[in-house]
Design a protein around this ligand. Structure first.
Ligand code: ZN
Ligand code: ZN
Length: 290
């Protein structure tokens, strides 16, 4: 098994213009052609979720999550529990609650509202038995404290786009959470993130694009897309001293375990790692080093 999951993408937020493809079929096709065969598309508002539900409908390999992002509270300050619950219950494709969490980097002024919203969403995740997809930016300490005090261990979850210290990674792992890395791990200035990359054990690591944001080296700066999770996977595996196949297998198994799903083996044969051909798509030298 060498197929790979993009465990966190925002399909409804891609621009669908230009090189990456003008519709989801093209973009998902590019990803599949380099072995990225399953996708979890994340929404940040209930409105986004409805868009995502439409996009994902034709594709059995696209899963969904619904949540209220801390930076979207302004769009929907009075969001209702029932509305989020009905999104989550609207389709068997919905396997998680998120993204939710805290962001004190971009919106420190809404800290109180963020904490309240996050706390309610932890309650819903516990009630519906869905794992949490947690966004925490300059707010890991508060996020972990709230997850701990509200018993989020019982529904489990993942800290997505992890950018904090090894110490914080340890606290998240102690809570039973998974830790997911984006292209940020490939950036030159991300030594602290790479320390966490080294620290997280095989049975708790995940990999994601968070596209359309955060394209990894060597495609940094362009619009990110699910295919590019390959670059991050290749970087992480080189950095941890394991093969790409091994880390692809581990991250897929972790995804299955957290979300309680069985990922179907793709019908099309997956190209061998050595011939994975992402570089040909982008006509750029392939790089696993920063
Ligand atoms: Zn996020
Ligand atoms: Zn995201």
């Amino acid at each position: 098994m060498t197929f790979l999951v993009d465990s966190h993408c925002h399909l409804q937020s891609l621009s669908y213009s230009g090189k990456a493809g003008t519709d989801p079929a093209q973009i998902l096709g590019r990803a599949r052609s380099v072995g990225v065969t399953h996708f979890l598309s994340i929404s940040c508002t209930t409105k986004e979720f409805k868009k995502d539900l439409e996009i994902a409908a034709p594709y059995p390999d696209v899963y969904l999550a619904a949540g209220i992002h801390p930076l979207n509270l302004e769009d929907d300050p009075d969001w209702k529990d029932e509305e989020l619950i009905s999104c989550i219950n609207s389709s068997p494709k919905v396997i998680g609650l998120g993204e939710t969490g805290l962001d004190y980097h971009y919106a420190p002024e809404t800290r109180k509202a963020q904490l309240e919203s996050f706390s309610r969403q932890i309650g819903i995740a516990l009630e519906l038995k869905k794992p949490l997809i947690v966004h925490a930016r300059e707010a890991h300490r508060d996020a972990v404290a709230l997850l701990r005090s509200e018993n989020a261990r019982d529904c489990g979850g993942v800290i997505h786009c992890f950018t904090d210290s090894v110490e914080m990674a340890r606290e998240c792992l102690d809570l039973g959470f998974y830790i997911s890395f984006t292209g940020i791990a490939t950036f030159k200035a991300s030594d602290n993130v790479r320390q966490a990359v080294r620290y997280v054990p095989d049975d708790r690591i995940m990999v994601e694009t968070d596209c359309p944001y955060l394209a990894p080296v060597p495609v940094r700066g362009v619009e990110n897309e699910p295919a590019f999770v390959r670059y991050t996977l290749d970087f992480l595996s080189a950095f941890r001293g394991v093969s790409q196949e091994y880390l692809a297998m581990k991250t897929s198994q972790n995804f299955e375990k957290l979300y309680g799903v069985k990922l179907e083996e793709p019908k099309e044969p997956i190209p061998e790692c050595s011939s994975w051909k992402l570089e040909k798509i982008w006509h750029q030298p392939f790089a696993t080093a920063v």
